[in-house]
Design a protein around this ligand. Sequence first.
Ligand SMILES: [Zn+2]
Length: 285
Amino acid sequence: MPELPEVETIVRTLRPHVCHRSITSAHVLRTSSVHPLSLPLECLEGCRIADVVRRGKILKFVLDVSDAPKQSLCHGDGLYMLVHLRMTGRLLVRSRDTVPGQYVRCLFVLHGPEGATQLFFEDVRAFGQVFVCTPSILAQWSFWRDLGPDPLHLDEEDFAARLMKKNAALKAVLLDQKFLAGVGNIYADESLFAARLNPRRKASSLTQEHSVRLLHCLRDVLRSAIKHCGSSIRDYCDANGNVGAFQNTFYVYGRAGQPCRCCGHTLQKLRVAGRSTVYCAVCQK
Ligand SMILES: [Zn+2]
C-alpha cells in the first residue's frame, strides 16, 4: 500500500502533467471505484486542475470550477477530487491514443498547451476510490475529518503529549491514521528501528527524550524515502511509471530471519496490531 512518501512522490510527479490542464471528460469504468458519497464525475468536465496536494495517504486535486458548465452541481462552493489509492491504486499519465488496460477504473481526458493527454486511475485489487466533492461534503466525511496531523509538520511537544495518552503498542499507535496521517507498515517498522524502540512497547511508557527521538527518526525516514521516490514492493510506481528505490535501504521491513545491519542478531517477526512486524530484539528496547 502506498504510504506517505509514495503518495508524496506521486503528487510531485503528477503536478507538471496535470496542473493548469482542463478536464475535457471523465469516465467511470468500474462503478465501485467511485466513493458512494461522490458527486457524479461529470461535474469535473470543464474544470481546471489548480493543484494536487497530499493529506496523509490521500491525493486531493483542487479544481477551478469557473469555466465548468456543470458548476451549479457544486453550488459555486468549489470542488475537489480525492483519490485514495489503498492497496494497488495508481495514477498514470498516458498519451491521448493509449487504450486503457483492464485494470483502469476511471479515466480522465485532459487538455493543456501540448494537446490532449489521459490520466488513468488503475487499480488491480480495486480497493481504491475516487471521490468528487465540495468542501462542505468533504468536511462531513468522517475519515477525512478524523485524520491526524502530518508527521512532517508536527511539533515535538505535541507529539510527546499525544503519545503519552496512548496505552497501545507503539507500532499500533503509529499506524493509527487518527493519530498520524500517512504512516503504514513499512515506515512504522523502519522508524521504530531507527529510534531503537521495541514495536510492542506501550506508547505511554516513553520518556520525553524517547518521543522526540522517535519523531526525528520518523521524519528522517520519511524524508529519506521521499528522496528515493518511495519504496516499490509490489505495484507502486509514480505518475511517470517509475519505481522507487527506498526498498534497497530497508533495515528491518521484509528482512525477518536476516541479520540486523547494526548488531548482526537475527531479525524477529511478530504480529502487532494485526500487522506483520520485523524488529531487532537486541537493538530495540
Ligand atoms: Zn540489532
